[in-house]
Write a new protein. Structure first.
Length: 68
């Protein structure tokens, strides 16, 4: 009965590394958006907000009416 000698420290580090890799993959799926995707979304939102503000008609409040 001869067995292979296993370095427990290396085995433990390898196991922890694979667990971290699995967690990182889950995080990339859950939270991952590239910086370019984030900036594109922000730019599109800003553009839509600007267009909405451009079409807004400002009406004076009842107390703000100018009397000449």
């Amino acid at each position: 009965m001869t067995g292979d000698v296993v370095n427990l420290r290396q085995f433990r580090k390898r196991r922890e590394r694979t667990e971290k890799d699995k967690q990182a993959e889950q995080n990339r799926i859950s939270f991952g958006r590239t910086k370019a995707e984030k900036s594109l979304t922000k730019a599109l939102n800003d553009k839509a907000e600007t267009r909405l503000d451009q079409g807004r008609i400002e009406r004076p409040a009842e107390g703000d009416v100018d009397k000449d």
